[in-house]
Each structure stands twice: as C-alpha cells, then as structure tokens.
Design a protein around this ligand. Structure first.
Ligand code: ACM
Length: 261
C-alpha cells in the first residue's frame, strides 16, 4: 500500500484556504492512506478558548469532514486528519479517519501539550485501531508520542500503522519515532506542519520533518524542516505482524506486565 504524509504550511484561522492547500498537496500524489497534520485547517496557536471554539467543528458534519470525505470517495482512499472538535460546548483536540468505504472514526488527544490545556478537554476515548482493506490503522496525536504507552497500546490492539497527525514544536520527535516503531514493530506516519503561527500573544514555530518509519526502526522518508510537501512511500503492512526479535524472543509474548505496575 502507499502512504502519504501531507506536510502543510497553513495560515492561522484560514480554514478554507488551509483545506484547499492540503487538498492540492493530496491531489499531487496517489496514495491509499493520507495523513494530515494536527489541527490542519484551523491553525494551532489559539489566543483563547472562544477563538478555538470559533474554529472548531463537529465530528462528521463539519466542513473539513465534507471536503476530506469527498476526496476519499473520489480517490478510493483513507484520510487521517487533526481538527478542533466541538461536542456540546466541550472542545477536544481530535483526529479522525475517513474512508471511501464509509469509515469515519474519531480519536481525542489523550496527552495535551502546554497551552492546549487552556482550551481543550483531555481525550476521553480509548486508543482505537481501525481495520481497513489496506491496513489496520491506529491514531495518536502529536505529544502522545512522548508517552510510550500510546504507541504500545495501539500496537497491542493490532495496529500495523500508527497515523500521527502533529504540530511539533520541540525537536525530539523525529529521532524518537524510529524507536516507537522498533519497540512495537509497527509503521508510523507522522504528518507535521512547517511555518509559524504569528499571533499578537506570541509566535510559535513548527519543525516540519514529517516522517514515515518501518517496524525495524528505519526512516523510510523524512520531509524538510521548512517546505510543504506530499511524501509518498510504499509499505507492506504485514511486516508489522512479525514481533519476533530473535529465535527465542517475541516482543509481545515476552512482555512481563506483572512487573510493570
Ligand atoms: C503538540 O502536541 N502539538 C506539541
């Protein structure tokens, strides 16, 4: 199957223009699964909860859903993307996977980063793995990577590919994801953004370097730190089903959870 990470350069608050930018990049490569950044349409650096609410949308019915579901249907693909979600007045930093076959599954970021705690409620849904015809896909969002339990939980639930919408500001993730891949024997696809949100309350810059890693911890592709890009890598998801490290070691069967409490 072909996986594409869509590294965008959005302008804060310009939801429609940012969606068009993402769709233009997506149309430039043919893939089975596209992964977009966290909060790809709204931008990231909110001034207030009211501003975040004004850029949020409801699961399934928001304009971002309509645009990306239409794209998935037209191209027989699946799309994972991050969005600001409003649910009965509560805001979540969420992602969804939509697919040409009607797939539409929600995840709400469990580990909120820094000022996100001022606007968003922490995720209240389990880490979920979605079985598609091309791969079993799990979702986590950006800072979730810092907690190895996130990727481990998805891998234990059967994920072959972890789709990882991100808005990375710290430098550590690109060099850490190969380890998340290796220790869980899964593919990962981190889609980050470039550029900066220049706001009256401060500027926040994003590190790009969207990346796809293999179950052996190889970096199959890393995008630049500064340019928008649609990356495209062919992977064999079945490679993620082999958890064997040596003749006598299976990375999952050898776990000793009784010692981890
Ligand atoms: C982050 O979680 N957006 C750093």
């Amino acid at each position: 199957m072909i996986i594409s990470t869509i590294q965008t350069n959005p302008s804060f608050g310009m939801k429609e223009a940012n969606t068009i930018e993402a769709l233009t990049l997506m149309r430039s490569v043919e893939a089975d699964v596209y992964v977009l950044p966290e909060l790809f349409a709204s931008g990231y650096h909110f001034a207030s909860a009211a501003e975040a609410a004004s850029l949020a949308e409801a699961f399934k019915t928001g304009p971002t859903f309509t645009a990306l579901t239409q794209f998935a249907e037209a191209t027989k693909s699946f799309v994972v993307f991050g969005f600001a979600e409003t649910d009965n007045g509560t805001l979540y930093n969420s992602s969804a996977i939509v697919g040409y076959d009607g797939t539409c599954v929600l995840y709400r970021k469990v580990h909120l980063f820094d000022r996100e705690k001022l606007f968003f409620a922490p995720g209240n849904l389990e880490f979920t793995v979605v079985t598609t015809p091309v791969a079993r896909i799990g979702m986590m969002i950006c800072f979730d990577w810092y907690f190895p339990e996130s990727a481990r939980t998805l891998a234990l639930k059967g994920a072959q590919l972890i789709a990882h919408p991100s808005n990375l500001v710290l430098p550590h993730c690109p060099n850490s994801m190969p380890v998340r891949s290796l220790e869980n024997r899964v593919f990962t696809a981190t889609a980050n953004r470039v550029g900066a949100d220049l706001r009256p309350h401060g500027t926040l810059s994003f590190i790009g370097q969207s990346q796809i890693t293999s179950p052996m911890g190889e970096i199959l592709h890393r995008s630049s730190a500064t340019c928008a890009e649609a990356a495209r890598v062919t992977i064999e998801p079945g490679r993620a089903d082999n958890k064997s490290a040596t003749e006598r070691n299976n990375l999952f069967a050898d776990r000793r959870p009784e010692f981890y409490a």
